[in-house]
Write a protein that binds this ligand. Structure first.
Ligand SMILES: Nc1nc2c(ncn2[C@@H]2O[C@H](COP(=O)(O)OP(=O)(O)OP(=O)(O)O)[C@@H](O)[C@H]2O)c(=O)[nH]1
Ligand SMILES: [Zn+2]
Length: 335
């Protein structure tokens, strides 16, 4: 029978069969060795083939085969440096929750996330949450000391508008919501329908609140685990998939708030910025890194405002991040 893995506890897998029934499954003994270099050969979201075996009074499933993955996200094992842990597979989309303040989400974080998602081949929807808390009135009118002119401050809602404009221009789907008041939550549900999604974002950005808004009563474990992290306790991450009652699936990944950093060559980084990738064939040098090279189409686009400066800055940051440890620490700070 074919099925999809919804939960795993290490050696047992909860698989929903094509008949809609959940089966407890194990992996064939030898199968374990055949996996890629990961600590878990089968991950949540995997489509598998399994057969049923009688074990005393019980019937258990034996997973014999995994279907090729559309995509998957991994986390490097802390101790076994060469080993990776596959967190989840076959993810249709990730909703990245962004908040202007409380907590602040910087464009450098968003861009790093988008680059990783591009590398994983996972579409991202940017969700600007907590719009109910943002002011739309400038808090004070400032006078420019040089010109004596009134300068209006950017409001928090302006900041949302500017970011939405920036990312929409590149081609990313953006929506502004309030998980607390329900504003545009229906839109999120529409986008989730028929798909397998994940919610990501900084701690406090509203992932659990949104999960509860799309399906009241759904209790994600993100909080509990992240609190344990703060106390320095080591916890193993077991992702879990939930069927929602409007033909949508949500993968909860306790303790994982961002994506891990994918190892990539300097030359690759630009390919994961759609607006850089799009222009690279117009650079004079085919291997242009868009730094100091002459006749660089990317730098020209930055200069004439076609590429946002914040994006170019994020690009520069990513290609200068050669020190793995530095990168790992930065990532950990986002957990
Ligand atoms: N005013 C307002 N508050 C919100 C909104 N969304 C979430 N909150 C509040 O923000 C706080 C954090 O929300 P959570 O849903 O716990 O955030 P989280 O992303 O799940 O956080 P972690 O579990 O730590 O990763 C809670 O107090 C929520 O009530 C919103 O749209 N508007
Ligand atoms: Zn260039």
């Amino acid at each position: 029978m074919t099925g999809t893995v919804y939960r795993s506890t290490g050696s047992w897998y909860e698989v929903k069969g094509a008949d809609g029934v959940f089966y407890s499954c194990r992996i064939k003994g030898k199968f374990r060795l055949k996996g890629i270099k990961s600590t878990n050969p089968v991950a949540v979201g995997d489509k598998v083939q399994f057969s049923l075996e009688k074990k005393g009074d019980e019937e258990i499933g034996i997973i014999g085969q995994i279907e090729e993955r559309e995509n998957y996200i991994v986390r490097k094992s802390v101790n076994l440096s060469k080993q990776t842990h596959i967190i989840a597979a076959n993810i249709d989309q990730v909703f990245l929750l962004v908040t202007i303040n409380n907590p602040p989400t910087f464009t450098s974080f968003i861009d790093r996330f988008l680059v990783t998602a591009e590398a994983y081949h996972i579409p991202v929807v940017l969700v600007f949450n907590k719009v109910d808390t943002y002011d739309d009135e400038p808090s004070e009118i400032l006078i420019d000391p040089e010109t004596g002119e009134e300068v209006t401050q950017m409001t928090e809602l302006d900041a949302v508008r500017v970011m939405m404009h920036l990312y929409k221009n590149i081609g990313y789907d953006c929506i502004a919501i309030s998980a607390a008041t329900g504003k545009n939550v229906e839109l999120v549900k529409e986008k989730m329908t028929g798909k397998t999604s994940m919610f990501s974002g900084h701690s406090g950005a509203g992932k659990s609140t949104l999960a509860n808004a799309v399906q009241p009563g759904l209790d994600l474990k993100t909080k509990e685990i992240s609190d344990q992290h703060k106390q320095g306790q080591h916890t193993t991450t077991f992702a879990e998939m939930f069927d929602l009652d409007f033909d949508a699936r949500l993968i909860d990944t306790p303790g994982i708030k961002g994506f891990g950093v994918v190892d990539m060559e300097k030359e690759e980084v630009g390919d994961y910025f759609p607006e850089i990738f799009e222009r690279k064939q117009d650079c004079k040098f085919h291997n242009c890194l868009h730094l100091e090279e002459p006749k660089c189409a990317v730098k020209e686009a930055v200069e004439n405002g076609e590429i946002a400066y914040s994006r170019y800055e994020s690009y520069l940051q990513l290609i200068s991040d050669e020190d793995e440890n530095y990168r790992a620490d930065k990532h950990r700070a986002h957990l």
